[in-house]
Design a binder for this molecule. Structure first.
Ligand SMILES: [Cu+2]
Length: 130
């Protein structure tokens, strides 16, 4: 047992990272304040994850790849509609989740017999009152 004090802790008596980001970081890659990055895989016939949860007011960055052929990502509420090429190249979609609610994520490129069933859900949680 040692009573030695950690010199770094002694030099920094205040916790310098207070909740500037609200602690809501599931993001991958470099953290940008107020932005959430979510990796999505589009495949016949669904999105992975099929349910994406964010908070009202957040800027959302979807990095979408196809696991097979051409697909599309459409979220009408936020005027998102982007083609996802075959071959796995990433497509980046950025938008602000400016309204709370549940919004369908659709495939906007016909991709086969299950195309109509290819749906996800964007869930935007209402911002907690300050
Ligand atoms: Cu599709």
């Amino acid at each position: 047992m040692s009573n030695q004090q950690d010199p770094a802790a002694a030099a920094a008596p205040f916790d310098s990272h207070t909740a500037a980001n609200g602690g809501a970081v599931l993001a991958q890659g470099k953290p940008t304040e107020g932005e959430r990055t979510i990796e999505v895989v589009a495949k016949r016939f669904g999105f992975e994850p099929s349910r994406i949860e964010v908070t009202e007011g957040e800027r959302v960055k979807l990095v979408v790849r196809s696991a097979d052929g051409v697909h599309g990502v459409e979220i009408k509420k936020f005027k998102v509609n982007k083609k996802v090429p075959r071959g796995g190249d990433a497509v980046t979609i950025e938008f602000a989740a400016t309204a709370a609610g549940e919004f369908p994520i659709l495939c906007s490129e016909y991709c086969g017999d299950g195309h109509e069933e290819m749906k996800g859900m964007l869930v935007v949680a209402a911002k907690a009152p300050q």
